[in-house]
Design a protein around this ligand. Sequence first.
Ligand SMILES: [Zn+2]
Length: 279
Amino acid sequence: MTGRPGGFVPGADRGTAPAPTDLALPVAGHKLLTGADGSVLRVADLPADTEWAPLGTLDGVPAWAAEPAGADELPGRWRGWASLAAEAPQPLATLAGRALTVVTWRRTHRWCGACRAELADVPGEPARRCPDCGLYVPMRLSAAVLVAITRPGPAGRPDELLLVRHSYGPTGLWALVAGFVEAGETLEAAAHREVGEEVGLALAGLAYFGSQPWALSGPNVLLTGFTATAADPAAEPVVDGRELVEARWFPLDGLPAELPPAYSISRWLIDATAAGAGR
Ligand SMILES: [Zn+2]
């Protein structure tokens, strides 16, 4: 499936200084700077005094992120992750997501949360440590689950897929039931709990589909996708009216046009489910 990171390998090696031809991903807030034509910048394109943080490698080429001073004056095009992910190959979209995550994490993890001393980088790791009390502060990952739930359609008709509309974010979109995994919970338990909470349905045959690093709903999110069938094919979804405003079964040959974007695991799940309907 398309969820593989391809040529991007994350890393935190500061052993060598950035070379002029290394990949450069400047970040300001939630935006990334690319060339005017959308291409990835090189370290030599940015001011020499830029402080770079290591991201890893893309097809063997080291990549670096920075929060450059005077961002407004830099030539190029500032864009959000969604705009970049919509047109870039997936390994590059993943790298861009990591750049946003690393820069945001470094900005928001400067001081020790236990004793207030200034944290120091741990060599070779995406982590900081407190020089006074020893507190270890790794860059953490938030896991979320998405579930494509189907049920048999009426006799002679294709299966049906459950899609929901949210009260926040892109509210016009028909999406999958989704939510964050809680501490102490497995991915599978989170899938069952979220579906129960959001639409009041019980699941059967929960199966892992794939995963995708995701930079849109917060830094360092890992989306994990599942397929399942409704335990009771006659059960109708019930929404809480707060997080979700609507939930509806759609026949797989009649899905709405307002679906999640092509670069999202939500869409890969929906497309794979629809493609499997004819089997
Ligand atoms: Zn401390």
